[in-house]
Design a protein around this ligand. Structure first.
Ligand code: C2E
Ligand code: CA
Ligand code: CA
Length: 725
């Protein structure tokens, strides 16, 4: 606001025409815009018509009709005129009428006869004051609005009369009108959350004592019991003598912001799918716990858990279903750990956060204050149990299993990274032991792990470098001694380690995702050999090829395999695909479709290692399978009768009923061969007839017409070399 003349729109209400003329003239001369009215009614009407847009009213007190007091009172009743300056023109120089003028809301008064020079100054002054008031009101309103938007309120506490006062918004934030009044800082402190009380008290004391300003966030109970988080800045106000007379501050409700921050933090620290801690958060937690364990000289155990075949399940059921399974597993892990009475959990760590999902189907669990290694094993057993409880899924029952590796702090490692790596190495060993195993880390694993890493790299190149070989093991009709087919078994001619058997690298190929490429190579190589043999005029036999589950689970598997075979100029009729039972049962319905596709293209299908899996009879009946291969495990003791013989015989019977050929593998003795032959299983494969043979030797057998006596002859030096790898 400055004093530069501003045009003002004035309304002059007086019944005296002469006075009106003179007054209007002098005011116009001073730069104002003047409208006139000759009575109270006309004045009110003019206000209305102008939509109350006058800046000031000059109002005669005594008029015929309604007088100036009434006009003034009427206008003031309308909130739009709350701040309208109304200057009364009064001929009555007595204090009564002046009192009365103020009582009805007049801003000022001018007595008649009017001093024309003074009049314009009075008008200008009244205008200036009213504008200043309007300005302050406006800024107060916008301050209140800003405070409301920022959920921020200001307060002050005066020391002289111990009075507390605060803005409306602060009252609103705390939902509490009792805040105002004497003694409030104590009552206020009573509402501060216990854990923050001390900090708030100390800050306040310092502020009162030596005027140290503070900025502090704390939580406080609102009237309705809600916890509100606030950010508060406060300072002291001193008088001229430098004594603190008042403290004042601004308090902002930051609950929402804090919640959002926590939500974001939670998201960055947790796995979005299961709500478990993620790898990053888990690592942080482990760091803290290891430091604590170091101080208190306690032990911790890190469990690294990984589901078996989860990728196959995911492929079979789809990602959404896979996600649901993972959530269920996460729940089970969480509740098993929580239920564990072996864990003395450190207070700030909630139980759920000792379990983390660190990767697709990999979870980690931290156990703290582990007194004995076998306590960790006990928890691991419990987790494995929890996971393998059957789970009802889309109306089907699924059984998942997992492997667990355990590393101990400080025994096996003294940093988060090494502890994690060692637990993972132990996991690999557990996995190799079969489903649902757990293993502790030991130093040998470390050595094995680096050797494995090297093997993995070498295997990656082996396929392209032509280091793989196929050996062939004949399938023989035990009655006639004629070869009816052969199984292609892969070998790796390792540049450093010599000829390796599949047991030494198939599992590795599965782990590092090379199994599909390896399978493709085997089928293509088998087809090439078939082509060559028929070109060379050799009697063709059907070749069986082992199909690993990741290969089988490819969407376009039937097309892909048929293409590969056709490309070599061979018919799928010459190929038998050996599948393992367990992989078919993961999702039987889809398996049936895939099997039909393969069969429709001409492949024969064989169920390998039959009897060891979990095939239900009802599915087996629906699987379009040509051949069942009795697993070696039942063959070994078959001639002695007993359980194994019973199983072998019922498989033979099953094959007969379902119209499937039955083959026995692992035949080593004449007794086994005779027993099985006598019971209707003529096609046999095993060392009794022949070990798997290198290409040239197998071709020699083919050329000789493929006859076997089935006498158990000692293996030739070359065969021994192949099988005692
Ligand atoms: P499998 O499919 O059950 O193959 C039969 C295995 O039993 C072969 O071992 C064979 O040498 C062995 N065997 C045959 N007759 C006898 C016997 O009378 N007594 C004994 N004790 N053993 C006998 P191999 O060649 O070491 O293969 C082991 C496993 O590796 C195979 O088991 C198969 O699961 C896998 N495998 C081999 N080649 C391939 C392949 O090309 N692809 C895939 N995915 N797996 C393969
Ligand atoms: Ca096989
Ligand atoms: Ca087998």
């Amino acid at each position: 606001m400055d004093s530069a003349p501003q045009v003002g729109r004035l309304l002059l209400v007086d019944d005296d025409a002469m006075l009106r003329m003179l007054a209007a003239e002098s005011l116009r001369h001073a730069g104002f815009e003047v409208s006139e009215a000759d009575c109270g009614e006309a004045g009110l009407r003019a206000c209305q018509e102008n939509e109350f847009d006058f800046d000031l009213l000059l109002l005669d007190v005594m008029m015929p009709g309604i007088d100036g007091y009434t006009v003034c009172a009427t206008l003031r009743r309308d909130p739009r005129n709350k701040w309208l300056p109304i200057v009364m023109l009064t001929g009555l120089d007595d204090s009564d009428s002046i009192e009365r003028a103020y009582a009805v809301g007049a801003t000022d008064f001018v007595t008649k006869p009017i001093n024309w020079t003074l009049l314009s100054h009075r008008v200008r002054y009244a205008l200036r004051t009213s504008r200043a008031i309007a300005e302050v009101t406006r800024s107060q309103a916008s301050l209140a609005q800003a405070q409301r938007q920022a959920r921020m309120g200001n307060w002050q506490w005066s020391l002289s009369d111990a009075r507390f006062s605060c803005s409306d918004e602060l009252q609103r934030i705390f939902g509490d009108l009792e805040l105002a009044g004497p003694g409030t800082p104590e009552r206020f402190l009573g509402r501060v959350q216990a854990t923050d009380k001390e900090a708030v008290d100390i800050a306040r004391q310092a502020l009162l004592r030596d005027g140290t300003a503070y900025r502090l966030s704390y939580a406080m109970q609102s009237q309705d019991g809600k916890l509100i988080e606030v950010l508060e800045q406060a300072q002291a106000v001193r008088n001229a003598a430098g004594r603190i007379v008042r403290i004042e501050g601004v308090t902002q409700d930051i609950s929402e912001r804090m919640q959002a921050k926590r939500r974001i933090q939670h998201l960055t620290m947790h796995d979005g799918l299961t709500g478990l801690a993620n790898r990053q958060f888990f690592t942080e937690l482990v760091k803290v716990e290891l430091a604590r364990a170091r101080r208190t000289q306690r032990s911790c155990a890190l469990l690294h858990l990984d589901l078996d075949h989860f990728k196959s399940i995911n492929d079979a059921f789809g990602d959404t279903a896979g996600d649901r399974l993972l959530c269920e597993i996460a729940e089970r892990l969480k509740s098993s750990v929580r239920a564990s009475d072996l864990l003395a959990l450190h207070p700030p760590m909630r139980p759920a956060e000792t379990v983390a999902r660190i990767d697709g189907d990999a979870f980690t669990v931290l156990l703290i204050d582990v007194c004995f290694a076998n306590h960790a094993a006990l928890v691991a057993e419990r987790l494995l149990e929890a996971i393998s409880r059957p789970l009802l899924f889309d109306g089907r029952e699924l059984v998942l299993t997992a492997g667990i590796g355990i590393a101990l702090f400080p025994r096996d490692a003294d940093s988060v990274e090494t502890l994690g790596r060692h637990a993972e190495q132990a996991l690999y060993v557990a996995k190799r032991a079969g489903p649902a195993h757990c293993r502790f880390f030991d130093e040998d694993m470390n050595t094995a792990a680096s050797a494995k890493l090297q093997m993995e790299n070498e295997l990656r190149h082996a396929i392209g470098n032509g280091e793989l070989r196929l050996h062939f093991q004949p399938k023989v009709d035990a009655g006639s001694g004629r070869m009816s087919g052969a199984e292609a078994l892969v070998r790796w001619q390792h540049p450093r380690l010599g000829l390796l058997a599949p047991g030494q690298f198939i599992a590795l190929a599965e782990e590092c995702g090379l199994i599909v490429a390896l399978g493709d190579w085997v089928l293509a190589a088998a087809a090439r050999h078939l082509k060559r043999w028929s070109a060379a005029g050799l009697d063709p036999v059907r070749i069986s090829v082992n199909l690993a589950s990741p290969s089988f689970l490819q969407d376009d598997i039937a097309e892909k395999l048929a293409d590969a075979v056709h490309r070599t100029g061979v018919s799928p009729q010459q190929v038998v695909l050996e599948l393992t039972e367990s992989l078919l049962m993961v999702d039987a319905e889809r398996t049936i479709v895939r099997l039909h596709n393969l069969r429709d293209r001409g492949f024969s299908l064989s169920l390998d290692d039959f009897g060891t899996g979990y095939s239900s009879l009802s599915y087996l009946q629906r699987f379009p399978i040509d051949e069942l291969k009795i697993d070696r495990a039942f063959v070994t003791n078959v001639a002695r009768g007993g359980k194994d013989a019973a199983i072998a015989l019922s498989i033979i019977e099953l094959g007969r009923q379902f119209g499937m050929r039955v083959v026995a593998e692992g035949i080593e003795t004449r007794e086994q061969a005779d027993f099985l032959l006598a019971h209707g299983c003529a096609i046999q494969q095993g060392f009794l007839f022949s070990r798997p043979l290198a290409l040239e030797r197998f071709e020699a057998v083919l050329a000789a017409g493929g006859r076997f006596e089935g006498r158990q002859t000692p293996a030739s030096a070359a065969d021994r070399a192949e099988t005692t790898l």
